[in-house]
Design a protein around this ligand. Sequence first.
Ligand SMILES: NC(=O)c1ccc[n+]([C@@H]2O[C@H](COP(=O)([O-])OP(=O)(O)OC[C@H]3O[C@@H](n4cnc5c(N)ncnc54)[C@H](OP(=O)(O)O)[C@@H]3O)[C@@H](O)[C@H]2O)c1
Length: 264
Amino acid sequence: MKTIAIITGASTGLGREFTRILKDKKEISEIWAIARHREKLDKLRRQMGPKIVPISLDLSDAAQITDLGHRLAQSGVEVRYLVNNAGYAKFCSYGDLNIADSLNMINLNIGGVVAMGLTCIPYMPAGSHIINIASQAAFQPLPYQNLYSSTKAFVRNYTRALHVELKDRGITATAVCPGWLKTDLYDRANIGAAKATRNFFGMTTPDKVARKAVADADKGKDLSIYGLYVNFCHIGAKLLPQQTVMKIWLHQQHIDPYSRPSQQ
Ligand SMILES: NC(=O)c1ccc[n+]([C@@H]2O[C@H](COP(=O)([O-])OP(=O)(O)OC[C@H]3O[C@@H](n4cnc5c(N)ncnc54)[C@H](OP(=O)(O)O)[C@@H]3O)[C@@H](O)[C@H]2O)c1
């Protein structure tokens, strides 16, 4: 029986680093690498070798995840790692996104994570790992990244509770909370909104976060946080009132919530 890892958003950024790390594990015979754009996945296979199985899917569409479930049922594989990494942000106010755009982010960042877990868990033996990518943005409400940070708070809470519920199956679930990473996320996030995130403190590279996340998952931890700055923010968000943490965030981002967009 083939033992595989499934990685969503595998073609670039953080997902690409998970692919690089997990393909080197002896017990993994295939990596099912998922993203929307086939050409980037084909390039990944050319660069990382034949263990990479490109699968082009839009994970904001639950029907396409159902198709993946049929493929799993027919393939007779065991899923040793599921990395739910595909996700995106928009740096803007609630009103800069229409209903379809707002729901699409929820469908991918939340719906995709839940549906992929439900699809894959039946094929995961004891000793397997789910790694769900949340964010530092999950630690507190973030005005002007309101929707994104709320989706990531869901992922963090859902994953930690899932970790407990999966104990009887011997499967672990780890919520990964990275700070700012040098990836392509910003191409999709920056939409030219009047009030938007512009300061990216403590930015690091995705390889370090992926390496720590896999090590933490292998140790059975339910939370993975890389770096002093992000750990500091994690503790600060626990100790300070949320109103205060939001004020600090707005100050860092030079955003005045009372100013009208035309005055900026
Ligand atoms: N970058 C940061 O500062 C940062 C910080 C904290 C957390 N994160 C989280 O880390 C994760 C990875 O982000 P990244 O920074 O590596 O971003 P990225 O470089 O933009 O990568 C996103 C990946 O997801 C895929 N993807 C996007 N929409 C998809 C969809 N609907 N269906 C399937 N695949 C989809 C993309 O490929 P296609 O476009 O071809 O679909 C790509 O492979 C995200 O969950 C993000 O929220 C990032």
